[in-house]
Design a binder for this molecule. Structure first.
Ligand code: NAP
Length: 248
């Protein structure tokens, strides 16, 4: 399949890293289907407008990735319309931070449901068709926090570490089927998610980054694109760090 003709599904494509990933694949002419969640569809519409200007097939769908049933139905719709999914990027993620003493059951559950169960739901819904095609790329967005931990992010860190275990296991299962499964672990990236953090937390992170700057969404998107390209044919079950040296 020429890279320019591929069908790519990206969760959390309305903004930040997900939007940059949509635009990176669209630059090569791929068909883009992205998922978002906010009922205020402003950001999703902005992404869609950018994609329309690039003259590629583009669809947006409001969907909660943590809903097993809704995700299953969504992928059936996608497969009915496009017949296959060549690349799945599990990017949707949320933070629900609190000190452990104050973290509610609901905060714990929400982060795990969206960040980890969402990856399970989408991956499970797509692999039958990829196995049939004997080809596919699955790229899961983890985080440096899943490897080094972070105060106040117990739920987020657990979900992002869970993604790594999930990625390595699915990579083993699908290795003989022409499907690669990898994770990308961004460090501190310039998006709305990090904009919301208190200045003190931002300064602490920045002080720990050997490159002395935060990363840009495009830098993560480039790595995702490379993992989905023919250059990465023999790479599976890996975690690729995009973090300016924050964790090596
Ligand atoms: P962001 O700007 O907050 O974007 C999150 C995206 O996820 C949005 O498109 C959002 O859609 C979508 N989303 C949220 N809940 C969803 C749900 N239940 N179902 C479907 N979509 C949902 O975040 P970001 O900074 O770009 O982060 C993208 C990914 O990279 C996340 O997995 C994050 O954990 C990871 N990451 C980010 C950083 C960083 O420094 N920014 C570092 C490491 C890892 P709506 O806009 O419609 O709500």
């Amino acid at each position: 399949m020429p890279e320019s003709k591929r069908i790519v599904v990206i969760t959390g494509g309305s903004t930040g890293i997900g939007r940059a990933i949509c635009l990176r694949f669209a630059r090569e002419g791929a068909g883009i289907i992205f998922v978002h969640y906010d009922p205020d569809e402003l950001k999703a519409n902005e992404t869609l407008e950018l994609l329309d200007k690039m003259d590629v097939k583009a669809r947006a769908k409001k969907l909660d990735v943590s809903s097993f049933g809704a995700v299953g139905e969504f992928f059936q719709e996608v497969l009915r319309e496009f017949q296959r999914v060549d690349v799945l990027v599990n990017n949707a993620g949320i933070i629900r931070d609190a000190f452990l003493m104050r973290m509610s059951e609901d905060q714990w559950d929400q982060a795990l449901l969206v960040n980890l169960k969402g990856v399970f739901n989408c991956t499970k819904a797509v692999i039958r068709s990829m196995i049939k095609e004997r080809s596919g790329r699955i790229i899961n967005i983890s985080s440096v926090v899943g490897q080094i931990g972070n105060v106040g992010q117990y739920n987020y860190a657990a979900s992002k570490a869970g993604i790594i275990g999930f990625t390595k296991s699915v990579a083993r299962e699908l290795a003989t089927r022409g499907i690669t499964v990898n994770a990308v672990a961004p460090g501190f990236i310039n998006t709305e998610m990090t904009e919301r953090l208190p200045d003190k937390v931002k300064e602490t992170f920045l002080a720990q980054i050997p490159m002395g700057r935060i990363g840009e969404p495009d830098e993560v998107a480039e790595t995702v694109y490379w993992l989905a390209s023919a250059s990465a044919n023999y790479i599976t079950g890996q975690v690729i760090h995009v973090n300016g040296g924050l964790y090596t």
